[in-house]
Design a protein around this ligand. Structure first.
Ligand code: ASP
Length: 316
């Protein structure tokens, strides 16, 4: 069998252990395991990297643990407006949606858009209309809003009113989901999905749906999905930058990804992390915060997940 591999993230941030009890952390790791399983099943059945990253991201969009789809972060008006993208490293085809109010699984809409081939990005209710036309689930906006995110918004707005934004926990502000994969045909793909950050300005669009910034895939180089302060991922065109370092400087995936997260982004004092994979199936997950929800499957089928420093092997 050809080498296949998969990596995922569920957002990075200052994740105080006290934010969840032990059962809560175990639950979050189990959700990461379910996302890995969904993507791995696709790859094992000779499915494409594109189908695998979509499948993994859908599981995390449907989970309230992550800031994407159901349970996404709310903007300043208390709405969940969702961003997502997917990219096929074999063809450089890409699809993205931004500020989408009702699509249950924005990553599915992004993939359908990529496959339709006419546009790379649709925004707002136009993306929902496209989803409906393509038989994808469209929900009432209330479906996406959880109590946890309502409380996070109230806390962020209280910080804003008191001028103490910088003291707010990163966990309240950020968290996004993403996946990268290498399939048996040797192709790479990446997908990312997010609600952005809590109390984001109405109409703000982050890096996740910006091809080359929060999401990028190119066969022969790498596939990347980012999480963290999106404005800086856009300015540094992070996904494309990592691929370019590999292509032009000959850096390996670890050197290129570390360089961008630790040298380019960290000096701004922002939280940043990503998952990236190369054509050999090597997965790296650098982050400059206290923790990052992440997981990967090595080519031999071993599932690894982590939130902080410890790595758990799920099927060892
Ligand atoms: N990168 C996302 C955004 O800026 C947020 C995050 O990953 O936490 O929209």
């Amino acid at each position: 069998m050809q080498t296949i591999a998969l990596g995922i993230h569920g957002g990075c941030g200052v994740m105080a252990r006290s934010d969840l009890d032990e059962a809560g952390w175990a639950d979050a790791r189990a959700e990461l395991g379910r996302a890995l399983q969904a993507g791995w099943d696709v790859l094992r059945a000779d499915g494409s990297a594109v189908a695998a990253v979509e499948a993994a991201v859908v599981v995390m969009e449907d989970s309230p643990h992550f800031n994407a789809g159901f349970g996404a972060a709310l903007n300043a008006d208390g709405q969940a407006l969702l961003d997502a993208a997917i990219m096929d490293g074999a063809t450089l085809a890409a699809g993205a949606v931004s500020a989408v109010p009702c699509s249950r699984n924005p990553v599915r809409v992004a993939r359908a858009l990529m496959e339709a081939g006419e546009s790379v990005m649709l925004t707002g209710s136009a993306a929902d209309r496209f989803a409906e036309t393509n038989g994808l689930a469209v929900m009432d906006p209330g479906y996406f809003v959880t109590d946890r995110q309502r409380q996070a918004l109230a806390r962020m707005q209280a910080h804003r009113a008191a001028g103490t934004d910088r003291l707010a926990s990163e966990a309240e502000k950020h968290g996004t989901v993403g996946a990268v994969a290498l399939d048996a045909a040797g192709h790479l793909a990446a997908a990312t999905s997010t609600g952005g950050f809590t109390n984001k300005p109405v109409g703000r669009i982050g890096d996740s749906p910006i091809i080359g910034a929060g999401t990028y895939a190119r066969d022969g180089a790498c596939a990347v999905s980012g999480t963290g302060a999106g404005e800086f991922f856009i300015r540094h065109v992070v996904g494309h930058e990592i691929a370019s370092r590999m292509r032009y400087l000959g850096e390996d995936i670890a050197a290129a990804a570390n360089r961008v997260v630790m040298d380019d982004l960290a000096p701004y004092g922002i939280g940043a992390g990503l998952v990236a994979i190369d054509s050999l199936g090597r997965v790296v997950t650098p982050y400059n915060t206290q923790g990052m929800f992440r997981g990967w499957v090595t080519p031999d089928g071993t599932f690894h997940v982590g939130t902080h420093d410890e790595i758990y092997v799920l099927n060892g």
